[in-house]
Design a protein around this ligand. Structure first.
Ligand SMILES: C[S@@+](CC[C@H](N)C(=O)[O-])C[C@H]1O[C@@H](n2cnc3c(N)ncnc32)[C@H](O)[C@@H]1O
Length: 318
């Protein structure tokens, strides 16, 4: 019997923008699909259905706790399925280097409900738990290490850049002051320090006062933007001509990175705009399928409020 924390639960499976992803990836029987952010397998399950019993699913995730979800899905699927644990930037690069080709690749970025809702993973400001936030519990640093060891300036930059936190400086200063006498070990300690560091009126507006700092720490701990920037070229290299990539992001920095990458790969030519003719000879690599990011419908966000900030972009390999 699996321990409770590893047991799939009903609320784990609410794939965001699932119909839109399915339409954009346009899978056919016999295709190979890579779900680079397997999570609880919600998208993988929907996409594998389109293979109609013929084809291959490659599932990637850095979190070892998703394996039972994969095993359960594999038993149900009529297609070949493999699970590869690791960072998607590395795994996609290794697959591409080994000439494994895909017809469709999905990246559904960020944390899963499963990670957020399990207090012991330390992602949530709502319950007191160890301050961890690692998607891969074997990686470094944990959120506690980052909060206890990073310089005040670095913490401020993290909170401002990844969390758009107005009181980044005050919070960073309060953290550094407190850790001199008592290092942080638990989410509750960090929440109390954030609350005390910001002006009283700000403690009540715009959601929980620790929301933005927790988001920022999570992005930094898991190097989420670095992972995305390294993964996109590897994913495109893995695609067969005509193959498609879809990326769901939940943060404007991620969405911007995807938009710019797709645009550059569609442009191909890297000559300065004032050159009369192309001398670089670079051909377009992608054709963008979503001029504007696709956003969830009101109907979707009413049943799954976590979908509200999702943005989907997709492109096809030329
Ligand atoms: C939003 S969830 C995916 C949910 C999934 N689409 C579903 O329908 O159940 C993101 C998942 O991707 C994983 N993940 C995020 N960044 C990753 C990375 N750089 N490498 C590998 N896995 C990553 C997380 O551990 C998490 O399980």
């Amino acid at each position: 019997m699996l321990p409770n924390v590893l047991q799939p639960s009903a609320t784990d499976h609410v794939p965001v923008l699932a119909d839109e992803v399915r339409e954009l990836l346009e899978l056919h029987p016999g295709d190979t699909v890579v779900d680079a952010t397997f999570g609880a397998g919600g998208h993988a399950s929907v996409l594998a259905e389109d293979l109609r019993g013929q084809g291959k699913l490659i599932a990637i995730d850095r979190d070892p706790n998703v394996r039972p979800y994969f095993e359960r899905l594999r038993r149900r699927l009529g297609v070949q399925a493999r699970f590869l644990r690791g960072e998607f930037s590395i795994v996609l690069g290794q697959l591409a280097a080994n000439d494994v080709r895909a017809d469709a690749i999905l990246l559904d970025l960020g944390v899963s409900s499963m990670q957020l809702d399990r207090p012991e993973r330390g992602f949530s400001y709502a319950t007191d738990a160890p301050l961890d936030m690692r998607m891969d519990p074997g990686s470094e640093p944990s959120a506690a290490e980052l909060v206890n060891e990073a310089g005040e300036r670095e913490l401020e930059t993290i909170f401002r850049r990844y969390g758009e936190e107005r009181y980044a400086r005050q919070i960073a200063r309060a953290i550094v002051r407190r850790r001199k006498s008592q290092p942080f070990g638990r989410t509750g300690e960090l929440v109390d320090t954030i609350r005390a560091a910001i002006p009283a009126p700000a403690r009540f507006g715009d959601g929980h006062p620790a929301k933005r700092v927790f988001q920022a720490l999570r992005i930094a701990v898991n190097d989420e933007l670095g992972e995305l920037e390294r993964a996109l070229p590897a994913a495109v290299q893995m695609l067969r001509p005509g193959g498609r990539i879809a990326v769901i992001s939940f943060h404007s920095l991620e969405d911007r990175a995807v938009k710019h990458f797709f645009r550059e790969e569609e442009r191909g030519c890297t000559c300065p705009p004032d050159f009369p003719v192309c001398v670089c000879g670079n051909e377009p690599v992608l054709r963008v399928l979503t001029r504007r990011a696709v956003r969830p419908s009101a109907a979707e966000t009413s049943v799954n409020p976590r979908a509200a900030s999702a943005r989907l972009r997709a492109a096809e390999k030329a």
